[in-house]
Design a protein around this ligand. Sequence first.
Ligand code: ZN
Length: 470
Amino acid sequence: MHIKTWYLEALAKEIHNAKHRVESLAHQVYPSDTLSEFVRGELSKLIHELWLIVRDQLRESNARADAPLSPKCAEVISFWTSGYIQSVIASVSEADIHSHPLEMMLYIRELARQVVPGESIEVVTVPKETLNYSFRPIWQSRRPVLRIGSQAIAEQAVKYVELTYPKGEKDNILRSTVFAHELGHYVDHALGLTKRLLPRAYAAILPHIPQLRRADVVRAPGVSDIVVAQLIVSGILTSWLQEAVADTFAVRVLGPAFYFCYAELAGLIGGTQAGARIEILDVRAASHPRSSLRIQHLWHLLRELEDGLPVEVRQATDEILKMFETRVRVMHGATTIGNRSVALVLIPSVYEVLERVWQSLLPQVTEIVDAAIPEGNVFKSADYKLARLLVKERLEWLIPPNEHEGQPVKPSVIINAGWYARQFSLETIKNRMKSLPDGLEGNHNAVDMLNGLLKYALYATYVHERWLSA
Ligand SMILES: [Zn+2]
């Protein structure tokens, strides 16, 4: 048996199986027509084209054992073994109508279209078992598609973005506030915001390299400082800046709601160290700056809301900041990033340098993000005043906050009304609900009721808005 034909035959079968899988997925009911067209059209067409290339190569190899591997087939092999197509199939297979957080997505998709006009974005929502939200552009990397597939596929204009969320939280509007951060990653990607910050990141880290070398944390004999700086920027600072961009975007469009949501999630995801004291675990990692530094940045941005926030909200934001400043346990695993010629050992003193550099870049992050958000999408203190009013006039009376003086209310206002009510009006809501269990269980039920009202309001305001603009 010839190794080449043996391998190609197995690969062809593998691709063929994937095609069958996609064909069966085509019968699923998707939350949007675009997504179902993608599955029925592009995705299965591309897989079929890959299969044809392997088939042709196999024919040649069968005819002539020493037939060379065509560059196209070599591309197919590397593209297929990258697992990219398989992961797209996995995402799409979970993205049916039943697992789509519809109400929050109406808002997120609309916001994406306003901030990045001219791009056609489709959000593929994928439920996961873990408490984690993530963003991934799944169909932007057209380069391999261009090289391998047909022109028709390469020219498709829709950007597919995958958002994952915890399975049990599909209808949790309060928690879904964090989608604004994930959307921030999309905006960053689409407008190239972090890319513009990288020259400054190099300039900021370069002066620290000699000091890092002296401390013997840089293992790079004979390698220039520039190369070490490149490693730090590509291995750490780029990710950290991406997080700063996404955080800044989220707090600019959702104000205090994002701050409260982020703090709660950071506490839960980081986990707390139970024992005599409960502390927030503040994990240092190459992928994210630690939570307490992110909270500090968000807090500063909130301060900029002109003519301020209501005193009770200011107090609540201060208390959270204080908690993240005083009740955290900073953690890190000693790891090394790099390659054979240059490596950096990530010990606490190195993180301290990187954190200072990251913080020094935050004003530029803010400037670039601010310039990217259309004025109408920026959350203002007037929006917060309306949110608070809607709590008093509607949510506390168990009425959805979707309308004010006959006008549809902006989703960002609805979401902030939700967080405000959750923090300051839960007792009133409990009292207005009938036959509620006492204590903590009653609180849980009231939060669930609140979520239901928010969900309804987001949908109703969307329909109202559509109706007005029709
Ligand atoms: Zn992120």
